[in-house]
Design a protein around this ligand. Structure first.
Ligand code: CA
Length: 508
């Protein structure tokens, strides 16, 4: 019965899809591209095929179980000395909607894996290479000059979106009904730039953990590394001690949010006492921290101030320790940070991270922010659209809140912008396997942030909460470990029932 229903539905959808205005071939696509654009590749992929492109060094991953689609790669000249590429998935069965996905770190490259995720929802999907092909920690593209930096900051994304929309509408022979954006980290920053510079590009924007203060973030990565270096010093905390520190942070901070569930839901409220980890005479230093190491811990958990004492960047919160192995390498600061600062901020490949000092950070922050983010936080032109940053972006939220509150407008921030914290989550993602998209078993607007955004944009119903789902060992087959309501900031989830792992036990 179910099979019949599904088959019937797909048949109807196929009937509703007009025949393409162009065949899925380079020659056919090239025919209607504007001057300066070149079709590089066109592939017609049948249903349920895998795709990967190892030449995209940042995104070589395999995307499996794709729907039948036409895959395009287009090159666009962006200035006399620069160009960018974008990839496009045109599904045979189209939901009438358009989506763009973001990039990560300093990466340049077409993000085929993220495109595959959105294609499975039925979107026509674009990803830009941002104007270069390189890994997440490779900043050398910035030595090619300001045109390349501009492409990476925003021009390649906006241009790719504009070109892709024209191709989508030509291909399907009808207008796009709604346009969306989804990205995390650098992808989050790209989303914030888009909605400020080009508010008409998207009807809804899903932004995760946006890396939008690019100068400060680059300096922060370097500074955190410097605090724990060199590894021969007595203040160095080896990675082998991070689990010990994490366990103590959970011990002290878990219950501060009112519920002892192994999750630190309110790290700001916890006054972590590092001294409980201090070694006593004769104790084994693999199970405790020495006095100089405790000082290092205080610096890692402390806010980053400049010489005049204003806050420069935020502290690592208790509960972040599971990410320290990636953030605090043993021999040098995180290469993403040192390369971002040397290549993108200073354009000096010979710069040594040991030369980092507050004056060059302040100077670059004042004059050289290359992220493309306008600083006025005036996003009123986007205010009839919807924005859903789902992780750490309180500073941006508060700045927009202040801006909107000071304007004579008939709406509030809450009408178009909601921020959701995800307690216990690290940066951006947990890998459930390459075939997985959305929230398996819970494909609705209460559980899936993409569907929640679509519901808000298309039905006008803003999410009062989003239910987060954690699977046992990140395996769908092993079932759900816990579910919980995520509440729009500044609301927090309160336990009102007995089972802490049941979303029904929580209220905003
Ligand atoms: Ca807790």
């Amino acid at each position: 019965m179910m099979r019949t229903l599904v088959t019937t539905l797909w048949s109807l959808l196929l009937l509703q899809t007009p025949s393409s205005a162009f065949q899925c071939s380079v020659e056919s696509v090239q025919h209607f591209l504007p001057a300066g654009s070149t079709a590089l590749r066109a592939l017609s992929l049948p249903d349920n095929l895998s795709f990967s492109d190892p030449s995209e060094v940042a995104y070589p991953g395999i995307t499996s179980a794709l729907p039948a689609l036409c895959l395009l790669t287009i090159n666009v000249t962006s200035s006399r000395s620069s160009s960018y590429r974008f990839g496009l998935f045109l599904s045979e069965v189209w939901n009438g909607r358009f989506a763009a996905v973001g990039n990560g770190g300093l990466a340049g490259g077409i993000n085929w894996p993220s495109m595959g995720t959105m294609a499975k929802y039925g979107f026509a999907v674009v990803s830009t290479d941002t104007g270069h092909n390189g890994t997440s920690s490779d900043g050398t593209f910035a030595l090619n000059g300001n045109e390349t930096i501009t492409d990476n900051a925003y021009r390649a994304m906006h241009g790719s979106v504009e070109h892709a929309k024209a191709i989508v509408q030509e291909h399907y022979g009808r207008n796009i009904s709604y346009s969306y954006y989804s990205g995390c980290s650098t992808g989050g920053r790209q989303g914030l730039v888009e909605l400020q510079k080009y508010p008409e590009d998207f009807d809804g924007v899903l932004v995760g953990a946006p890396a939008w203060e690019s100068t400060k973030i680059a300096a922060f990565f370097v500074q955190m590394g410097v605090i724990n270096l060199p590894k021969t010093s007595d203040h160095h905390i080896p990675p082998s001690l991070y689990p010990l520190i994490q366990a103590e942070a959970i011990q002290q901070c878990d219950g501060v949010d009112g519920v002892e569930d192994g999750v630190i839901s309110d790290p700001q409220a916890c006054h972590f006492r590092a001294e409980t980890l201090l070694c006593t005479p004769g104790s084994n230093t693999s199970t405790c921290l020495t006095d100089p190491q405790i000082n290092t811990l205080h610096l890692l958990y402390g806010h980053y101030f400049d010489v005049a004492r204003p806050l420069f960047y935020y502290a690592l919160p208790p509960g972040s320790e599971a990410g320290w192995s990636a953030l605090l390498p043993s021999d040098a600061p995180l290469s993403l940070g040192t390369n971002a600062f040397a290549y993108v901020q200073l354009q000096d490949p010979n710069w040594d991270w040991r030369e980092l000092n507050i004056s060059i950070i302040v100077e670059k922050d004042a004059t050289g922010d290359r992220s493309g983010i306008p600083e006025d936080f005036d996003i009123r032109p986007f205010a009839d659209h919807e924005l859903l940053p789902y992780k750490t972006s309180r500073t941006f939220y508060e700045a927009v809140y202040r801006n909107i509150s000071s304007q004579d407008v008939a709406y509030t921030v809450d009408d178009f912008y909601r921020l959701f914290y995800v307690p216990g989550m690290l940066h951006c993602s947990e890998d459930l396997g390459r075939n997985i998209y959305g929230v398996p078993g819970f494909e609705d607007a209460n559980h899936d942030a993409v569907l929640a955004l679509m519901h808000w944009v298309e039905k006008g119903e803003a999410p009062k909460w989003i239910t987060a789902t954690k699977f046992v060992n990140e395996s769908i087959d092993l079932g759900v470990r816990r579910q919980r309501k995520l509440c729009p900031y500044p609301k927090t989830a309160r336990l009102v029932g007995d089972d802490v792992h049941d979303a029904g036990s929580w209220e905003c």
